[in-house]
Design a protein around this ligand. Structure first.
Ligand code: SF4
Length: 335
């Protein structure tokens, strides 16, 4: 690990103004950053410790949502009574990720910013356009079983690793930030991530020194909340394909609400509102699901080892819709 300066911030804009270049970094839980520093993938000149900032609260908002401080740990967010009662999809997605020990340290803001687990990204002696722009992407013709099939480019096919961010994308969460000059902005999660194109080292719209302070959830969505995660082992594994879903039906079995977001397949948490619109108002029959899958995966591109993700995503979509319909039918019969 390379030497670095360390400062502890006592206010959000003080933290922002302490970051002088893209080589400086905030640190909170450090669950990804410390690994990156040990491998010298990230070599910050200065670390700005934000753990003493008063950003650990979860508050109700006037419009019926929640405002979550960036330092709320993943464990505390997943276990919060309001989250369990009204945003179960968020709780389930968080609990599907990492391990209890990591969730106890990892923070809400940091979870959005975790880096890909592409094998080559973690090999300092390997080319990698994300780590060293212009050096190449050995994953495209190499070890790519876990990597993305949507949103990729000729420069990078790295998948986004977060489970929490998939649920946040589905819930239409908004990220609040502060900059060094004290100005703030609100960024919908839908606009937060940047596709790799020919600059895969740029992953979000955050500016140098811009600090995530809160995440705001709108009012809850009615329906069955599910988070399915297909992975190589039952715990402590990243998603091959995951699907966050909120689905509701009327008494006739027509789908009245369909929201779907996917992990493991995209270079960012993946949501396609046209797919949701196609399914809404239908009875979710096999033909409609097949059309929805065609629409979702029309631009999917496998790179060899990860080709299976296309068929796997189709099957997962079918399972999610069929199970929600069956659940509504059985609850209506019992009513
Ligand atoms: Fe690097 Fe992206 Fe290629 Fe992986 S997929 S080697 S992160 S450029």
């Amino acid at each position: 690990m390379k030497r670095f300066d360390y400062v502890r911030a006592s206010a959000p804009n003080e933290a922002s103004s302490a970051i002088n270049s893209k080589n400086d970094s905030f640190i909170a839980g450090g669950t990804n950053l410390l690994d990156l520093m040990k491998f010298e993938i990230e070599t910050p000149i200065k670390l700005v410790d934000i753990t003493r900032l008063e950003l650990e609260q979860i508050e109700s908002t006037e419009d019926g949502g929640l405002r979550i401080g960036t330092l709320v740990t993943n464990s505390d967010l997943a276990a919060h009574p309001e989250v369990i009662a009204h945003y179960p999809i968020l709780s389930r997605a968080i609990l599907a990720g990492a391990t209890g020990q990591l969730r106890n340290k990892a923070t809400t803001g940091g979870n959005f910013l975790q880096r890909t687990r592409c094998y080559y990204f973690y090999q300092p002696d390997s080319p990698c356009n994300k780590r060293k722009p212009g050096s190449g992407c050995p994953a495209i013709n190499g070890e790519n079983r876990s990597l993305a099939i949507l949103g990729t480019s000729d420069s990078c096919i790295a998948q986004h690793p977060s489970d929490m961010a998939v649920a946040m994308r589905l819930l239409d969460a908004t990220i609040e930030t502060v900059k060094a000059d004290g100005s703030t902005r609100q960024i919908p999660v839908a606009d937060f991530y940047v596709l790799p194109k020919d600059t895969p080292h740029i992953e979000t719209v955050l500016e140098v020194g811009e600090l995530i302070t809160h995440v705001v959830l709108p009012a809850p969505i009615k329906g069955i909340h599910t988070y399915d995660k297909v992975r190589d082992r039952a715990s402590y594994a990243f998603a091959l394909v995951s699907c966050a879903a909120v689905i509701n039906s009327d008494d006739n079995g027509q789908l009245t609400t369909v929201r779907l977001a996917f992990g493991g397949i995209g270079t960012q948490p993946w949501r396609n509102e046209a797919v949701e619109a196609l399914l809404t108002g239908t009875d979710g029959n096999a033909d409609v699901i097949a059309q929805a899958a065609d629409l979702l995966l029309g631009e999917a591109k496998g790179s060899g080892q990860n080709n299976f993700k296309i068929a796997l995503t189709r099957r997962l979509l079918k399972q999610v819709i069929n199970r929600a319909q069956a659940s509504h039918l059985s609850s209506n019969k019992g009513a």
